[in-house]
Ligand binder design. Structure first.
Ligand code: F1P
Length: 373
């Protein structure tokens, strides 16, 4: 199914060594992330009683989910999941919005739950937003992260911490997918334990995906054909599309953007040409509508890479990644990530960038006293 011409023209994969010796941490962290997925499932199992107590005692009127950068994009992926699974209004906001414009974000009354997501637990905006939230609302806070003994953990009523998600690289890869699994497993544990049981296959399925599609990700990442990338996702997949876009942008400094599938037609598709790769993170519910957008982009000259749980017909995409998990979207978000992280990594190698230390970036944004909002 995947384009034989591209596959034939590429050099054989000479193993996983970074092309120019840079990005060792990032590549290693991408390739070992399923061990962190296993640990993430264990964290939720261990904290299940505390989680259920927090949820049942809270009688919450709505849920706010917040973070910065990658963890804001994870918030965008988790908020619709919370609303869908728990039947409660849930909203994702950047921590800076919650901090600077609380009156536009904070509910006037009610008893909200704040979910903070932060790999480091040390991002100033997220800390300050949480402090302000607690002062105003005195409401409970649930934290998801990768480090104990941080300001954000200290500000939380319950913290779900995955040590195995910790990284040397600035870019979030293993940490992001592990926090994704913690969030989806935590929600599953509140609604249906059978979903938690079903999620136990994820590390094995993820391992298989990485070994099956590593070569495709490298060939597409290094292909001279593409000079711009668009990541399309809707519903539970939009936040993941934003994260995949951030990986491409921050690691390789490429022209790339993320959109809701049907939004892409309303202007941004003007950018599509023969040098474009459009990446579709398919849902189940809107699959037909999403495939229609991708067909139109192919007609404009783009090539398409589709990620889905079930295979597509030959003519539906130029390249496809199939999970074959049998899991619903509410339990399998992490499966979209490894191949797209590798795509960004190999584009970075092609562009001579070092994803361990991306241009202009640091692992945590800590604002100096006086700079703080
Ligand atoms: C937030 C963040 C990351 C971003 C970069 C700088 O960190 O903005 O999302 O990718 O690493 O820091 P954290 O609050 O998740 O630790």
């Amino acid at each position: 199914m995947n384009n034989p011409e591209l596959l034939q023209n590429s050099k054989p994969n000479t193993g996983n060594a970074p092309v120019n010796g840079q990005g060792n941490h990032t590549l290693n962290e991408i390739l070992t992330q399923t061990a962190a997925w296993q640990a993430a499932l264990e964290v939720v199992k261990t904290k299940q009683t505390a989680l259920r107590n927090l949820w049942e005692e809270g009688q919450f009127s709505e849920i706010l989910v917040t973070g910065c950068g990658s963890t804001y994009y994870l918030s965008l992926a988790i908020a619709p999941l919370l609303q869908l699974q728990l039947g409660i209004r849930a909203r994702a906001v950047p921590a800076s919005e919650l901090l600077l414009f609380p009156e536009t974000v904070m509910p006037a009354g009610g008893t909200p739950l704040l979910v903070t997501i932060s790999r480091s637990g040390r991002t100033t905006e997220t800390i300050r937003a949480t402090q302000a939230y607690r002062t105003r609302q005195r409401g409970p806070v649930l934290n998801i992260g990768c480090y104990e003994e941080t300001e954000l953990v200290a500000l939380s009523d319950l913290a779900l911490v995955i040590h195995e998600g910790q990284e040397q690289s600035v870019v979030q890869t293993r940490s992001f997918s592990a926090m994704t699994i913690v969030a989806q497993a935590a929600v599953a544990s509140l609604v249906d334990d059978r979903q938690c049981q079903a999620m136990r296959q994820l590390p094995t399925t993820g391992e298989h995906l990485i070994s099956t599609y590593h070569d495709l990700a490298r060939q597409l990442g290094q292909s001279p054909r593409f000079d711009r990338f668009y990541f399309l996702g809707s519903g539970l997949q939009y936040g993941l599309a934003c994260e995949a876009n951030l990986k491409m942008k921050e690691m390789s400094l490429s022209v790339s953007e993320a959109f809701h599938f049907l939004e892409f037609r309303h202007g941004p598709m003007s950018m599509v040409d023969e040098r474009t790769l459009v990446v579709g993170l398919l849902s189940e519910k809107a699959r037909a509508d999403e495939l229609a957008v991708l067909r139109e982009m192919r007609a404009l000259g783009a090539q398409t890479l589709v990620l889905a749980d079930q295979p597509l017909a030959e003519q539906e995409a130029d390249y496809q990644v199939c999970f074959h998990s049998g899991l619903p979207e509410t339990n399998r978000a992490a499966l979209y990530l490894p191949v797209l992280q590798l795509l960004g990594y190999y584009r970075a190698m092609k562009n001579g960038q070092n994803p361990d230390q991306p241009h202009n970036l640091t692992a945590v944004i800590v604002l100096e006293a006086g700079d703080e909002p």
